[in-house]
Ligand binder design. Structure first.
Ligand code: F2R
Ligand code: MG
Ligand code: MG
Ligand code: MG
Length: 311
């Protein structure tokens, strides 16, 4: 029903932002303990998010505002991303997206810039994946979610890995939004995701996710998947952390951060998946109360839920 759909979409965006905020203090650290994460959780400070949430919210807002007849306008989305960056350039962006966003705002050839990045390889970073979860709310099947996600990533990430990381997160979110927590079958989720990937490194990385299911320690799972800035590491790492605690967003986020590496980004994506599965009501009120701009994120989620609900 529309109420539970809205709770799922809210859960996805709010838990993503919580993951970003809880991972932010540890980004780039390789030995993070669950104890260190617990200290941030039990503190009272504001939970401040980074570029991951800025662009995820911009994407959700874009999707929510489109007419029923279209699921993406990449020129308009590029402008939305660029405006989000320009309004708050100090959110912790990587080196390359701001170059592209600056070109978008000055009428430059931003598509060529994206294609020519990194010696013509295009970016294989996780910046397309980190913002992709809202695509999973779109009506239609997982193939459609994967296609749209690759297009949203392509604005900044021309490399197939950068785009497929976004497809992985969008398809997994699509699946979680439509699955009851008690019915979650990890093998079914993994095969649905695998069926919509194209890039060999992302497909291979799913084997590491499966191997990581047998590990208990975040560091051991991290050794399987990697947790670096490459989409082929960070997106599978997020899926792994989620699968260790699917119905408990705070536990999934804690696990993701304790994996080390690109902690804000991996925890954003794990949070999105778990929040999509269980909904906003499973997020601790005290934590959401500390989250920066939670009411704005909730309002964007509501608009996306209204635009995407299908009886
Ligand atoms: N960038 C960060 N955090 C590190 C620095 C924090 C910040 N500078 C600060 O001031 O504190 N975090 C955010 O960026 C990541 C997402 O990055 P995105 O959007 O994918 O950027 P980019 O530049 O396209 O790629 C990231 C790096 O990956 C390497 N890379 C990409 N493609 C490559 C290729 N074809 N060949 C070789 N290397 C490639 C480069 O090192 C890129 O700089 C998230 O973590 C987000 O939180
Ligand atoms: Mg970040
Ligand atoms: Mg491109
Ligand atoms: Mg990051």
């Amino acid at each position: 029903d529309p109420d539970s759909w809205r709770a799922r979409v809210r859960g996805c965006l709010l838990a993503g932002a919580l993951g970003d905020s809880l991972g932010r203090p540890f980004e780039g650290e390789w030995a993070v303990t669950e104890h260190a994460v617990a200290e941030v959780l039990s503190g009272a400070g504001a939970l401040t998010w980074t570029d991951d949430t800025s662009l995820m919210v911009a994407l959700a807002e874009h999707l929510a505002g489109l007419p029923e007849t279209t699921d993406l306008d990449d020129e308009a989305l590029a402008r939305s991303f660029a405006r989000a960056w320009h309004a708050e350039p100090h959110r912790g962006y990587g080196a390359n997206p701001p170059r592209i966003f600056a070109a978008v705002l000055t009428g430059g050839d931003w598509r060529d810039l994206a294609r020519d990045s990194f010696g013509g390889a295009g970016s294989l970073g996780n910046g397309g994946a980190m913002r992709a979860a809202p695509v999973g709310a779109l009506p239609g099947g997982p193939e459609h979610a994967a296609d749209v996600a690759r297009q949203t990533a392509a604005i900044t990430h021309a490399h197939p890995d950068g785009q497929d990381g976004a497809a992985l997160i969008a398809v997994a979110t699509w699946f979680c939004l439509r699955t009851r927590p008690d019915d979650l079958d990890p093998a079914e989720l993994l095969s649905t995701v695998a069926g919509h990937l194209r890039s060999p490194s992302l497909i291979t990385a799913l084997d590491a996710v499966v191997a990581g299911l047998a590990e208990d320690e975040p560091a051991d799972v991290a050794r399987r998947t990697g947790t670096g800035i490459a989409a082929a590491e960070a997106a599978p790492a997020a899926l792994s952390a989620f699968l260790h605690h699917p119905a408990d967003p705070v536990a999934a986020i804690t696990f993701a951060v304790a994996m080390g590496g690109d902690t804000d980004t991996v925890a954003t994506m794990s949070g999105c998946l778990s929040g999509a599965l269980v909904g906003e009501q499973r997020l601790p009120d005290g934590l959401v109360a500390r989250l920066e701009a939670a009411s704005r994120i909730r309002a964007v989620a509501d608009a996306l839920a209204e635009r995407t609900y299908r009886p």
